[in-house]
Write a protein that binds this ligand. Structure first.
Ligand code: ZN
Length: 522
């Protein structure tokens, strides 16, 4: 979507609609032609500026735009990028759904950027993200009325930007748009049904994406080589499927040659029947590759933003099917690490494909930090709900850096412990361990994966079973009635601000970033 950052006063900008964001019970609109009209509405109580409140006004001689949309931002003291993004994304959602023919939307930034904590670059980013996320639809398989279902907003004019921060806002817009586009790619991948999203499709997407990002490399490791690598655990899960396993490998070398990379590892289970421990209801199981989608798309965004780090993304991709070749409950799998696993439950397959990918990434790349992510356990939804990511790990600093990264982009994360007292539950009488350890299911899954992490290797595990697939009410401007693409935004934030030698000093308590650009104040 084209964005135009303009120094022109918003009242002078020609557009189909001008959004005038206002804070609650606050009328700092003096000096603008439309101020009197807006203040009157405030006084009459027709508009209060409450977060998310929208009032559409017809053409008015005070503005050049065809109509005015008053948008409530809530209390000024509480203003942050998330509250602004939430309100703006709704405007784009409605402009689209109602088909109001708002092709050009102008946003008045004169008021919005007034709080001292709103940085120009971050405001630009929030507007771009709100526009892309608010406009998101998954229309790949619609054949009728596509033009009606499509978003109507074609151009966004960010108006009234002070000359000295035009560059900052523009940079923020470019970054926000890139991150939002790649997050939406992850949403598309999760939305695609399993007949259009087999491991072959996921691998083809990664290859195509890498071709479009200069410097990003993609390599697909096919089944014969996976066998040679000894990934018996991954292959055990794949055994029942007619589609061979694919190991997707993405490499970004933006840092110094030889610097240990950041490694993201994502579960690419393109359809999960549960195997012989069959699921009573497999609806939604097309999304069991949410972690793989996030890994692939985070690498795409990291490359597109040319981050000065080395990073790898590893996605073991397979289906978990039922057939005469499928693995059975009770089977023993020999993992790449050498450890043996008794399959106590064929539906606990995510950890079986991840453990081999974790061994592979450690042996091949010796990463500085590994984060794996997976729609791993239904127990995670019970433990932390759908609006939180469950986070576990083996290093306090790394855990805290990930928490900061999630907080800064407005995504929720909740740390769970990995206590030793549950270790025994993974004991097997016939192998080194079982693949399922009972309650608490999210934690015993984390403990299972920890057994594949080498001594001294910094590692976090993100269980995104709730956050990636959630499609209820909006809990952030990047969500909606569709899978969320979580946690692509947080992965990019971590890569940029925590991994790259903490360029930005972090405020330990609040996770705010300091010293990155000017504020919007006029
Ligand atoms: Zn499963």
């Amino acid at each position: 979507m084209p964005f135009n950052v303009s120094k022109d006063l918003s009242e002078a900008v020609a557009a189909d609609a001008l959004v005038i964001p206002c804070y609650e019970s606050d009328t700092p609109l003096k000096g603008y032609k439309y101020a009197a009209a807006v203040e009157k509405l405030f006084h009459k109580g027709d508009f209060t500026g409450k977060g998310g409140q929208v009032l559409v006004l017809p053409a008015n001689s005070a503005v050049a735009a065809n109509r005015v949309i008053l948008l409530g931002l809530g209390k000024k003291e509480k203003a942050c990028i998330k509250t602004i993004g939430d309100a703006l994304a709704d405007v784009y959602r409605h402009a689209s759904i109602d088909g109001q023919k708002v092709k050009t939307l102008a946003i008045a930034t004169e008021v919005i950027g007034a709080p001292a904590n709103i940085k120009a670059a971050e405001l630009g980013r929030a507007i771009a993200e709100a526009a892309v996320f608010g406009s998101y639809r998954f229309l790949a398989h619609h054949t009728k009325d596509k033009h009606v279902k499509k978003n109507w907003v074609e151009t966004t004019i960010i108006a009234g930007v002070p000359g000295k921060v035009v560059k900052d806002v523009t940079n923020g817009v470019e970054k926000g748009e890139t991150i939002a586009i790649y997050t939406c790619h992850a949403r598309d991948l999760v939305n695609e049904p399993s007949n259009y999203m087999k491991p072959t499709h996921l691998a083809a997407f990664a290859e195509k994406m890498a071709k479009e990002v200069p410097g990003l490399k993609c390599k697909i490791i096919h089944k014969a080589e996976i066998e040679k690598l000894g990934m018996g655990s991954f292959l055990g899960v794949n055994a029942g499927s007619d589609t061979p396993a694919h190991l997707i490998v993405l490499e970004w070398n933006g840092g110094k040659k030889g610097d240990a990379p950041l490694a993201y590892v994502g579960k690419g289970l393109t359809f999960d029947t549960g195997g012989y421990n069959i699921k009573p209801n497999s609806l939604g199981m097309k999304g069991d590759m949410g972690g793989g989608a996030a890994t692939i798309c985070a690498l795409g965004a990291i490359g597109k933003l040319k981050l000065k780090i080395n990073a790898v993304g590893i996605v073991p991709a397979t289906e978990n099917e039922i057939s005469g070749k499928a693995y059975h409950p009770g089977d023993i799998l020999h993992s790449m690490s050498g450890q043996t696993i008794e399959v106590d439950n064929t539906d606990a397959e995510g950890r079986l494909i991840l453990c081999d990918a974790l061994t592979y990434v450690q042996r091949t790349y010796k990463p500085r930090v590994i984060a794996d992510m997976a729609t791993l356990t239904g127990a995670a939804v019970v433990a932390v709900g759908s609006k939180y990511v469950a986070l576990m790990g083996n290093d306090d600093d790394t855990i805290s850096h990930f928490e900061h990264a999630f907080n800064r982009v407005g995504e929720n994360v909740w740390q769970l412990p990995l206590p030793e007292c549950y270790e025994k539950q993974l004991d097997s009488p016939v192998a080194d361990m079982k693949n399922i350890g009972g309650n608490p299911g999210t934690i015993t899954a984390g403990l299972f994966l920890k057994r594949f992490i080498d001594e001294g290797q910094k590692w976090v595990h993100l269980d995104i079973a709730g956050s990636a697939l959630y499609d209820g009410d909006n809990w952030g401007f990047w969500t909606g009635k569709m899978p969320t693409g979580s946690p692509v935004r947080a992965l990019v934030e971590y890569a940029e601000t925590c991994f790259a030698d903490a360029k930005h000093k972090l405020d330990k308590e609040h996770g705010h970033r300091h010293g990155d650009g000017r504020v919007m104040k006029r």
